[in-house]
Structure formats: C-alpha cells, structure tokens
Design a protein around this ligand. Structure first.
Ligand SMILES: *Cc1c(COP(=O)(O)O)cnc(C)c1O
Length: 360
C-alpha cells in the first residue's frame, strides 16, 4: 500500500479563481501564469484549469513545448524570454511570445535568419532591479524592435516589486509611464496583487499567478476573504498515536515537551513531501476535520500533532496539512514563508490527484 499522503488539485476551484481575476479586470487580456509546474499543481492540470484564459505564461521552454504537445494552441508568453538563440528559434516555430529584458535578446532577434513572426513583450525595470531596461535603454530597444520585420507585435511591460503594499506600485507606475510615453504599444503591468488592488495598473493585459491558485499575494489577510478558493489540498493520515506524560519530549532535538499528559498523533508527512521543516510547534493542521497544531520538529517523513482537540483520533484518522480547513497561507505564515513557496515545493513523491466536476 502506498503511503497515505496525497495532494488533490481542484479544477473547479481554478476555474472559479480565474473567473474572479476576470471580474476584477474586465475586458483585459488575461495571461494565467503557470510557471514552476503550474505553481506545483502540474502544468497539464493548470492548463486544464485555466483553459478559459487568453494565454498561458511561464519561464520554462520545455514546459512551453509540453503545452503545445498537449494541445494548447493559444498564446504562450515566456516571462524571462530566451536564454539563448535556440530559444528564439523555438519561439518562432512554436508561436511563443518572448519577454525581452536584455540587450542580448534584442541581438538574437535581429540575427534571426529565417523569416519569423514573434510577439515581443519589452520589459522595463521599474525599480525591482532584477530584469528590464532603464528609461533610455528601454526607448532605444523599442526603436530597434519596432523596425524588425520578425517582431509581429510589441507590448510594453513591467513587473512590480511592491504591488502588495498600499501605494507600493505608485512610484513604479510613474517611472513606467514616463518611459512608455508616446510609444504606440499596449501595456501589461499587473501581477495578482495589482490585479486585486491596483485597478490603475490593469493596462491592456494582466498576469495573475498565485491568486489563481487560491493563495493571497498579500503578506497578511485571507485568500477566502478575497473570494478565492483553495486549489490544492495536501492530506495524509495518522500512522501512530502516543500517550505522553508530563515532561515527555517529542521528535528530533526534543524541541517540544508536554506540560501535562496529552495524546499526540504521528502523521505520514515530512519535509521530503514538501512540508516546511522550519514549521514550528503550533503550526495549524486539521485532524478529522478539526483544527489543531503541530508539536515538535518536522522530520523527513513524519510530523506530530496535538490530538487534544480531536479525542476520537486514532491511527488511520484523516489529516489535512493544508487545503479547505487549514489555509495554505496560514501554514506559510506560521513557517515564515509564503503560500507560493509551499505550493511550488510539493515533492515529486506525493501523488497528485485531480478533481473535476465538469462533464468532459
Ligand atoms: C510570476 C510572475 C507573475 C505572477 O505573479 P503572482 O504574484 O504570482 O501573481 C507575473 N508577472 C511576471 C513577470 C512573473 O514572473
């Protein structure tokens, strides 16, 4: 029998979140971001859940080829652009749109031998100082790309460093508007945070990612309060129960000690499944649908939970690590990280099940 751990991806929840993103930015082209294996949900599952998107955006060229092989014929946007000239050829043959954020990438397009028709997203560095051209270089690159017969269409884009903070996109938008002034091209600026709270940044095309997977792009607050539904459930079962007396310790390093007699459950889930090792005692978890907390250090294959709130629990009882009862954001917050990282870190060894209520 396989270990009882499994993750479930909800296609209806993905559709719901996509519809919510559309509602927030009506009439705009919607790129559903599916990088990192669909934020850990499986690329094919993400393509299915977001089939109603206008385009899919990612950074992996093998992932783009997979999307084409599996029948996605709509637009595909490569968010980091080409890594070498071979990628530019792949973009031409597989109709992939390319971000251009660097001079080399302009040269590769200029050097294209065969006639091609590639859509380009020219990236402006609005303050993140990761990818993108500064003001003058941006305008110069626009001029060079606009002259290229192989560039079928140019869009101006930027990526915000602080769209999750109140007013955090203001300065970046001012810089972008100044650099883009007078350039005849559509605009794409908004990630999830800006899609949700900066309507002025919706431009012509939005690029939501994490919100589509039912997690919040904001440091605090609750994805459910934003109207989002969780798209991933990580579940397992108790494989043992221990009765502790006062002073007994739990797990490696004995970081937790019982201050009174208590029952604890041992869950078949550890850091090798993608659960964060740094989740401290007190991280929320649900047993038999009842919220309780982890105790002791997370191990490779196991973690332990307080069974106080679930007195009926026994070996075999159902455990939800995150999903419906325990928001992934709550586990992330307790562990000092963000929902994005937990989703993406889901380990290969965890079987992924897909849930759909639609008739095919
Ligand atoms: C990942 C990414 C997004 C999506 O960001 P979220 O915060 O997940 O919504 C949008 N644009 C670019 C360029 C990205 O790399």
């Amino acid at each position: 029998m396989p270990r009882p751990i499994r993750a479930t991806v909800s296609i209806p929840a993905m559709r719901h979140n996509l519809a919510l993103a559309r509602e927030r930015a009506p009439g705009r082209f919607l790129w559903a971001v599916v990088k990192a294996n669909g934020y850990g949900h499986g690329l094919a599952n993400a393509a299915r859940g977001f089939a109603a998107a206008d385009g899919l955006a990612l950074v992996e060229f093998d992932g783009a080829a997979q999307l084409r092989r599996e029948g996605w014929s709509g637009p595909v946007l490569m968010l980091e652009g080409a890594f070498d000239p071979v990628d530019v050829s792949q973009a031409a043959s597989e109709r992939l749109s390319l971000v251009v954020h660097e001079a080399r990438q302009v040269e590769w397009l200029e050097a294209l031998a065969a006639p091609a028709s590639i859509e380009v997203f020219l990236k402006f560095n609005s303050g993140m100082n990761r990818l993108g051209f500064g003001h003058d270089a941006f305008r110069e690159a626009f001029g060079r790309l606009a002259r290229l017969p192989s560039v079928s269409r140019l869009t101006l884009m930027t990526h915000f460093a602080n769209a999750d903070l109140d007013g955090g996109a203001d300065e970046a938008m001012r810089r972008f508007e100044a650099a883009a002034e007078g350039l005849p091209a559509p605009r794409s600026l908004a990630n999830s945070a800006a899609t949700l709270q900066v309507p002025g940044a919706h431009g012509d095309a939005i690029r939501p990612g994490v919100m589509l997977y039912g997690a919040t792009p904001f440091g605090d607050g609750d994805a459910r309060a934003l109207g989002l539904r969780p798209t991933m459930r990580l579940e397992s079962r108790l494989i043992a129960v221990q009765e502790l007396t006062t002073g007994d310790a739990v797990g490696y390093g004995s970081t937790f000690r019982a201050s009174q007699p208590m029952r604890i459950g041992v869950v078949a889930c550890g850091y090798a499944d993608g659960y964060p090792r740094h989740a401290p005692s007190g991280t929320p978890v649900a047993v038999d649908g009842v919220r309780t907390a982890t105790v002791g250090r997370v191990a490779m294959d196991m973690l332990m939970v307080d069974l106080g709130p679930a007195p009926g629990a026994r070996p075999g009882s159902a455990v939800e690590l995150w999903g419906e009862v325990v928001p992934i954001d709550a586990v992330a917050r307790a562990s000092g990280t963000i929902g994005y990282e937990l989703m993406c870190a889901l380990a290969q060894r965890v079987p992924l099940r897909v849930e759909d209520d639609a008739t095919p």
